[in-house]
Design a binder for this molecule. Structure first.
Ligand code: SF4
Length: 292
């Protein structure tokens, strides 16, 4: 839940989730509809699907225990290098480091070197003896993350309060390296088409959008567009911006009234639905339901 999402947003979801699934086994016996319903509003729904799939694999193939080696952990859905290393450190105290942006920044500052020029695997291997001195590697990994987030921050690191400033080349050097600026994500234009059954207050949604994000979830038909031209035979409703899965969307919302359901679509209420629909779709429903 914490991937790309702040702790304060996650807490209420986490509590409800654990009340529903107090054990790995109970989660593994559940189904996607139920898990997604509990995840509704948290976004990045692939995480929920992966979590459910992973719980089934761990229960059925690993006797309900997380594998103890990197290769097997990385075979689990949704678990890449970073999460695998974090799990090995947190759960098994393995001598390993989960390298994210914060940790890379800390090391690159200590060395006063652009992170692109550092081979982190090699750096860890060479310094193994010094890095993994104690058996509490979970605390070490956690501390590195917190240190990067709270002290060696991206902007204005708190060098004067830093306990390792005497060994930090960035702090001591007159020639501080320059961090590479992260490129801003380009905005993309999309047209969204809402088929409305005005009498019944319903909208047609489809899972067939093939956009790479919100794949297999119910959305109105959405298409990438290169122009600002209004679309023939559709009523323009509004323009709005939205960010989703690190993508910036500039959306033109169109609608038309119809009684006929298009193929591969399903009617949903514009007000309240029991079936799971992502927050992105809910936002559209809210806007479009104001049509008179
Ligand atoms: S001295 Fe400053 S730059 Fe160096 S590790 Fe500490 S906070 Fe980061």
């Amino acid at each position: 839940m914490l991937q790309q999402t702040q702790v304060k947003t996650v807490i209420p979801y986490f509590k409800v989730f654990l009340n529903n699934f107090p054990t790995l086994k109970s989660l593994s016996l559940s189904n996607e509809t139920r898990v997604l319903k509990l995840w509704e509003g948290l976004g990045y729904y692939r995480r929920a699907r992966n979590l459910l799939a992973t719980s089934k694999i761990i229960v059925n193939e690993h006797d309900s225990k997380l594998p103890k080696n990197l290769i097997d952990i990385k075979k689990l859905p949704g678990i890449g290098d970073y999460t695998a290393n974090a799990l090995l450190a947190f759960i098994y105290e393995h001598p390993t480091i989960a390298i994210d942006g914060n940790v890379k920044r800390v090391f690159s500052r200590i060395l006063n070197k652009n992170e692109k020029k550092i081979n982190f695997d090699k750096l860890i291997e060479i310094n193994k003896k010094n890095l993994f001195k104690v058996k509490r590697n979970s605390d070490f990994v956690e501390a590195l993350m917190e240190f990067g987030a709270l002290i060696c921050k991206p902007k204005e690191p708190k060098c004067y309060n830093c306990n390792i400033k005497n060994m930090c080349k960035y702090f001591k050097s007159d020639k501080k390296f320059k961090q590479t600026k992260t490129l801003k994500t380009k905005e993309k234009k999309y047209n969204i088409f809402c088929y409305i059954d005005k009498m019944r207050n319903k909208i047609a949604l489809t899972k067939k959008n093939n956009l790479g994000f919100l794949d297999k979830f119910y959305l109105p038909p959405i298409k990438e567009s290169n122009s600002n031209k209004k679309i023939k035979n559709w009523n323009f409703h509004s323009n709005f911006k939205n960010s989703i899965s690190n993508k910036k969307l500039n959306i033109n919302l169109y609608f038309k009234f119809t009684l006929k359901i298009p193929t591969q679509h399903k009617w949903f209420s514009l007000k309240k639905n029991n079936e799971f629909i992502p927050s992105f779709t809910k936002k559209i429903l809210k806007q479009i339901s104001k049509i008179n």
